[in-house]
Design a binder for this molecule. Structure first.
Ligand code: GLP
Length: 241
């Protein structure tokens, strides 16, 4: 695992460089997209490179990490809508090129299995962007998640619902209780993992991720066994290393 400590403003450029390098080598790349605030600056930078430098996503495809269960199709915090607004609508991805788990499906386990099949059929994810929760979750794999897990339904912890309440007008009660998330094994099958973390609130999670024992109690620690994982952190997030 490669750990890069850089000023916050530099992290997004480094992640965007990795995406651009892949796209340049192989335009039909499969990207893995994350939500949360951590990757937003990466999407800004990729959108800028698209607009100003002609970086094209026209032949790329993308898979999202996770989705809330039960949020209305037009809810602004539905991850599908967040990704469309923050990234897909700002670049030239083809219609239908971005897929996500269907949190409105009647049969949620079947939707999870179908999503795994879609990823496999696309040949797997080439580069997966990741954030990390303060409790060490990646995607929505909360502490205690099986290290061998695939896409499935999970119950969100109180901590995560509190952390994400800021996106729901500050009300934890408005944050859904369940989600669909790629499993840890799903994420680990991506060929390159690029995790971004900034701010002191992430320092303990980053410490565990980089220096802790591999444990389902700190799900991100599974990344230590990945052959190509890059961890991009600012000084505050690296303050416990
Ligand atoms: C949510 C997402 C995760 C993300 C985490 C951290 O729980 N499902 O993918 O990593 O938030 O979010 P932030 O980057 O806003 O701190």
């Amino acid at each position: 695992m490669e750990v890069v400590i850089a000023p916050a403003g530099e992290l997004a450029r480094l992640a965007a460089d990795a995406v651009q390098g892949l796209l340049t080598a192989r335009p039909g790349v499969v990207l893995g997209l994350a939500t949360g605030s951590s990757p937003l600056a990466v999407y800004d930078e990729l959108a800028r490179r698209h607009a100003e430098e002609g970086l094209s996503f026209a032949r790329a495809r993308a898979f999202m990490l996770d989705e809330y269960v039960g949020l209305a199709a037009d809810h602004p915090q539905r991850y599908r809508n967040v990704i469309d607004k923050e990234f897909a609508a700002r670049v030239d991805l083809a219609p239908g090129a971005v897929r996500g788990p269907d949190g409105l499906a009647e049969d949620l386990p079947a939707a999870c299995a179908a999503y795994e099949a879609d990823i496999a059929q696309a040949g797997g994810v080439d580069l997966q962007l990741l954030g990390i929760g303060t409790d060490g979750h990646i995607a929505f794999n909360e502490p205690g998640s099986s290290l061998a897990s695939r896409t499935r339904i999970k119950t969100l912890t109180r901590q995560t619902r509190e952390d994400n309440a800021r996106f729901f007008g500050g009300s934890v009660e408005q944050v859904p209780r369940h989600c669909l998330t790629q499993g840890l094994a799903t994420i680990m099958s991506a060929r390159h993992l690029v995790l971004l973390a900034s701010g002191r609130a992430k320092a303990e999670a980053v410490h565990q991720l980089v220096e802790g024992p591999i444990s389902a109690m700190w799900p991100a620690t599974i990344m230590q066994t990945h052959p190509h994982a890059t961890v991009l952190v600012d000084d505050a997030a690296a303050s416990r290393l």
